[in-house]
Design a protein around this ligand. Sequence first.
Ligand code: FAD
Length: 463
Amino acid sequence: MTERALLWFRRDLRLEDHKALSLATELHSWVAPVFVFDTTILSALQNRQDRRLTFIWDSLQVIQKKLAQQGKHLIVLHGDPRTEIPRIAKELGIHTVFTNEDYEPQAKLRDQKVQASLQELGIQFRSLKDQVIFSGSEVLKSDGTPYQVFTPYSKAWIQHLRPSHLEEKCARLESLAPATDLKHYLAFPDLAALGFQRCSLWLEPGADAGLRRLKQFIPHMSAYAEQRDFPQFELGTSGLSGHLRFGTVSIRQLLRTYRENRSAGARVWLSELIWREFYQMLLDQFPHVETKTFRPEWNSIVWPGTSEHLQAWQNGETGYPIVDAAMRHFNETGWMHNRLRMIVASFLTKDLLIDWRKGEAYFASGLLDFDLAANNGGWQWCASTGCDAQPYFRIFNPTSQSLKFDPQGKWIRAILPELRNLSDKEIHEPWKASVPSYPAPIVDHAQQRPLALALYEKARKHK
Ligand SMILES: Cc1cc2nc3c(=O)[nH]c(=O)nc-3n(C[C@H](O)[C@H](O)[C@H](O)COP(=O)(O)OP(=O)(O)OC[C@H]3O[C@@H](n4cnc5c(N)ncnc54)[C@H](O)[C@@H]3O)c2cc1C
């Protein structure tokens, strides 16, 4: 086709195995790639040192450099995509705008607006599934209703899987517009122009780094089932969630890698990738979860926790070393291991009796891999308010969790220098050793447990 096309990058910051890019360059011989730093999203970010901005900016630079080597160019804009995409599409005489689907509620509304504006201009809009193997309405029960339990969903997900779902989607980069045709769009706004400062990142950005991380993880995949709960193992889990979030790695690539490594460990890893899609499906099919509990009975809980305790939790000053180490490391890096996310979420809701939404929002503000569906699903699972969640009467004991998943306190010692000299046993209960530079526990777990149970039981009776 000779008509011009536009390829709009969003959560898919790579040139490799990219559905929309592949289709656009197959159907059109002149395709201009564009990314828009969305002013609506950016202005809502409180922290001007948001790590995600650095990750996105650097990942775009990687794309830009690769394209420049081939005489091509990525257009980078700063504005509202609802107006910017139709404007540039009109300016460039575009026939079709291609993009990959984004399932977050705000993104869906944005895309509807963009599509409507393009339609008025006589420009087509094509959005493709790329971020997931199965979108929210593709794996349903035989009666057409959504699954509400993970195990049968997971079985059905595996049954639906065909080799075609994993096919690599290669782009014909020669069909991208030559840089000389885009000379009015050469500016690449730096972070300061966007109103942000550069941050150090624990995870290397860009698609090459995503692939490298996957390759590093492959030899560890078979040990995943045994190691994944222990934060001290550097590659006990893949560390790919940030790359999945920004699409600097393709989910199809991950599935192909799984297929080549079908060990027992790899099968457990696959089930985590399916949890990712389970939560995406829940957000799609039950959009109320964004603000409310999945099950209505838990909406009536009045959480008595205090703002002082919330602050102590956020700062990593609760007096429980595993919680404090996890929170301080998170504040420092934007990363938290899954087991630690579960421990701190349980502590916030069932020890401090604070609304899970406050913890969810705090994670959302700082996680490099923040994903609305996974974060909401994770918090509702831990708070027992979610779909197929941890039963409300299962309450993590932070000290037992610490002893179980960091038995020698190696991980805690690495983060909390003030506890470094305590013995392997004392480090989990520093109040017994009395360390002046470390806070005393802000609550007593043994006293809080019955209060949490009473809170949930009261809500259950009111249903
Ligand atoms: C309270 C809470 C909040 C969370 N918030 C997020 C979030 O904002 N973004 C996010 O990507 N994950 C979130 N998770 C899920 C999980 O903690 C991370 O995906 C995981 O720690 C990422 O590490 P990894 O890439 O090494 O995972 P691996 O263990 O290597 O797993 C591979 C991939 O599977 C997916 N995955 C793994 N576990 C889960 C899970 N429980 N739920 C959904 N997907 C999963 C991730 O995409 C991950 O990269 C949250 C979990 C909890 C308990």
